[in-house]
Design a protein around this ligand. Structure first.
Ligand SMILES: C[S@@+](CC[C@H](N)C(=O)[O-])C[C@H]1O[C@@H](n2cnc3c(N)ncnc32)[C@H](O)[C@@H]1O
Length: 255
């Protein structure tokens, strides 16, 4: 770490140590290297990795309804379609960070259905590599900045007044947290009707992304939907298995 600070001016020591170690572990796993020494060598060889490491230090940045246009699309076109059918509605929020993304999806369903019906039919698997962020997800308490984009009616109905704003524990029960490494582990409980994986694959190298996209395709029910982050692209062998449903919001439908 000292080497990185001296040579590259990253103020690593100004970060909390457990957080920093978790972040470095995320990057080392994404690159498949073991140990700080090996990682330092990789940093020397691959200048791009510095940017990714920097990003990694803020990697768990998220908020409710992040990129509101993506959630508008889910609200208007996706959630009604999923809820209209019969049977279980299975969703996977992959790389869910501290829960704002899966809980935002739960809120979109809560707008349309009674909470009892939701608990009977809706299951949102929320997975992340980082156990620390899943602890925050379980607490389901958020500062004002995190809930800034929550529509006021939903904020009033499903949160206790804050800060911290606490999500309705009954609604929170539709979200099932699990520590899970997207680069190594198979999807937790397929088939899914919707997989949302935003602002995560960008940290992985190309072969890892391609493998992951194929896994997503395998894990979707026929006609199932995949949403990536705004700057992420679907490529590789899995691309041919999807129709482009909405280019701006990176929404794809399994053929
Ligand atoms: C920038 S956040 C994205 C949160 C949310 N999806 C959003 O867009 O608001 C990226 C998350 O991916 C997680 N992550 C990084 N590598 C991962 C991996 N190999 N498997 C699962 N999650 C990973 C990080 O821990 C972090 O919480």
């Amino acid at each position: 770490m000292g080497k990185v600070e001296r040579e590259h001016g990253l103020a690593l020591s100004s970060y909390k140590q457990p957080c920093l170690r978790r972040r470095l572990a995320v990057r080392m796993r994404a690159r498949g290297v073991h140990g700080y020494a090996a990682y330092a060598l990789l940093l020397d060889r691959m200048p791009d990795e510095y940017d990714l490491l920097l990003d990694a230090l803020t990697i768990n940045v998220t908020r409710f309804f992040r990129n509101p246009e993506a959630f508008a699309l889910l609200r208007e076109r996706v959630v009604p379609r999923l809820w209209a059918g019969a049977g279980p509605v299975t969703v996977w929020s992959a790389g869910c960070a501290s829960g704002e993304e899966p809980y935002s999806i739960a809120l979109l369903f809560a707008e349309r259905a009674r909470i009892g019906a939701l608990n009977a039919r809706l299951r949102i698997d929320a997975t992340d590599l980082d156990p620390g962020v899943l602890e925050a997800l379980r607490r389901a308490e958020y500062p004002a900045a995190a809930v800034e984009h929550v529509p006021p009616a939903l904020l009033e109905r499903f949160f206790t007044p804050g800060p911290p704003y606490r999500l309705d524990p009954v609604l929170a029960r539709t979200v099932h947290p699990l520590v899970h490494d997207l680069t190594r582990e198979p999807p937790p409980q397929p088939p899914y009707r919707l997989i949302v994986c935003r602002n995560v694959v960008i940290y992985f190298d190309r072969p890892t992304q391609e493998r992951l996209f194929s896994r997503f395709a395998d894990a979707l029910a026929p006609g199932g939907l995949l949403m990536l982050g705004k700057v992420e692209t679907l490529f590789g062998p899995a691309r041919a298995r999807f129709e482009l449903e909405e280019p701006r919001e990176r929404l794809f439908r399994l053929r």
